[in-house]
Design a protein around this ligand. Structure first.
Ligand SMILES: [Zn+2]
Length: 204
């Protein structure tokens, strides 16, 4: 993505759920770690998105350098000393602004604003849309009063047989819901991992 190119203006909509996100707070230990090579954890990251070189500039600013597509991407680690919490930020390689998180996109790391990502407020994430569809279909079979109807941790496979419908119709609809549930879980797990996983480990 060339500098100054505004993806936000294009017609194509990008969803945050499709990208792997790295969080500034996960890099805190790199403020004191020895300089050198490190590797991030994360199944959704390409090898080039994982390998980084930790360097320190003359002004003692620490910078992570990712070489993606033969292009160095510099992400600085910036402590905000003005706040009590000493919050850590990472800078976007494109706009240089301090961010709490960056997204791994095809050949770069970039902030949400630079990619033109749309958040839930502007456009629903795919997994949210899927949850809504699953709940709607479940309610058609088991009704609004069924206690687990909104519970995404419960799969419908062992639920009692719904009343007042032909057996074949019920089977078809149950199969549809099960298929959607199967699509939902990998998305939900990816989301949880990118939110909670330990972002990096030392490269030995
Ligand atoms: Zn940016």
């Amino acid at each position: 993505m060339p500098k100054g190119h505004h993806y936000g203006r294009t017609q194509t909509r990008a969803y945050t759920g499709e990208y792997h996100r790295v969080y500034a707070k996960a890099f805190k230990s790199l403020l004191t770690a020895s300089l050198g090579s490190y590797s991030l954890n994360g199944d959704n990251l390409s090898n080039e998105h994982k390998k980084l070189e930790l360097i320190e500039l003359d002004n003692s600013l620490r910078v992570m350098v990712f070489t993606i597509n033969n292009t160095p991407h510099q992400i600085a680690l910036k402590l905000d000393n003005s706040s009590v919490s000493n919050k850590l930020y990472i800078t976007c390689p494109y706009c240089q602004k301090q961010r709490q998180s960056l997204y791994a996109i095809k050949s770069a790391y970039a902030c949400r604003q630079c990619i033109g990502l749309h958040y839930a407020s502007q456009s629903e994430r795919p997994q949210d849309r899927l949850i809504r569809r699953i709940r709607k279909l479940r309610k058609e079979l088991w009704g609004y009063d069924w206690p687990e109807v909104n519970n995404m941790f419960e799969k419908i496979a062992y639920w009692p047989k719904p009343k007042g419908m032909r057996w074949k119709t019920i089977e078809q609809r149950k199969n549809k819901i099960t298929e959607l549930e199967k699509r939902y879980w990998p998305m939900a797990i990816t989301q949880m991992e990118s939110t909670f996983c330990d972002q990096f480990m030392a490269d030995y």
